[in-house]
Write a new protein. Structure first.
Length: 266
């Protein structure tokens, strides 16, 4: 995971340099020491209107927050990375919302498993487990033997019933719900149960035995992005399995547009 941390620090340092340099220049422009360029004027107008300047978003991660929420979120992400760096060891759990490039962390977790058990990475994939309250407490101090504990996801369109331990209908007037911790559990593909469903509806296979909802995870509520040169989306993160009640099937939750987000709009 050291490589993931170094890459994240490089990306965040790029954002810090851009933010610091632009703030310094706009202060000089207001004092009349330099010419107020069109780019600096756009930056000042955006901040006045509570929006994140385009020159910041151009080098930053996807976010729909206003400038105040963006700054607070940015500082929290830096604290997460600083604590990780200062501890000189991987944390027992990862704030998945704090990553700039979440897919790098996911790939790194899978690579560690493949190397540990000497399995080709293309024959490995993730299984998932939602932690109960007792397991969440243990995750504060001790990580799993394989994979990683993650937290910080929000569910949109439904909620997770902690008592019954499955996805359930949303409560009235509650749009987003903080999810429990997850265990990203790498396994050989042959050891992962197939998801029950129907191929023509893209919900699994008739031969599947895992009664779970294959939930998409996005970085923002916009739920769309563009493909990077790496083949990853700028917004879509991954599919995650969430337990369902016996009374529901995947189509029930697909029609409700249920997804998980790493970041909210405020």
């Amino acid at each position: 995971m050291n490589t993931v941390l170094v890459q994240e620090l490089i990306r965040f340092n790029r954002v810090i340099k851009t933010v610091a340099a632009s703030l310094y220049e706009i202060q000089r422009a207001v004092k009349g020491l330099v010419v107020l360029s069109g780019e600096l004027e756009d930056m000042g107008n955006a901040m006045f209107n509570g929006k994140v300047p385009k020159m910041w978003t151009a080098v930053s991660y996807p976010s729909l927050k206003g400038v105040g929420g963006w700054v607070n979120d940015f500082l929290e992400r830096l604290d997460f990375l600083r604590d990780w760096f200062n501890s000189k060891a991987p944390p027992p759990r990862y704030w998945v919302s704090g990553f700039f490039f979440t897919q790098a962390f996911i790939t790194g977790t899978l690579q560690n498993f493949a190397r540990q058990y000497k399995i080709p990475i293309d024959l490995c994939d993730f299984d998932f487990a939602v932690l109960n309250p007792k397991e969440e407490q243990d995750a504060l101090t001790k990580g799993p033997e394989t994979g990683a504990y993650i937290h910080g996801l929000f569910m949109d369109g439904a909620r997770f019933n902690v008592q019954k331990h499955y996805i359930d209908e949303s409560l009235p007037r509650v749009l987003f719900v903080l999810m429990p911790h997850f265990h990203l559990w790498p396994k050989a593909k042959k050891d992962i149960q197939g998801i029950e469903g129907r191929i023509e509806l893209y919900t699994g296979a008739i031969t599947g035995t895992a009664h779970v909802y294959n939930c998409p995870v996005y970085k923002t509520s916009e739920r769309k992005g563009v493909l990077l040169t790496t083949g990853h989306s700028t917004n879509f993160v991954m599919w995650m399995r969430i337990p369902m009640g016996a009374q529901h099937d995947q189509i029930h939750w697909v029609k409700r547009g249920v997804a998980m987000l790493t970041s909210l709009d405020d």
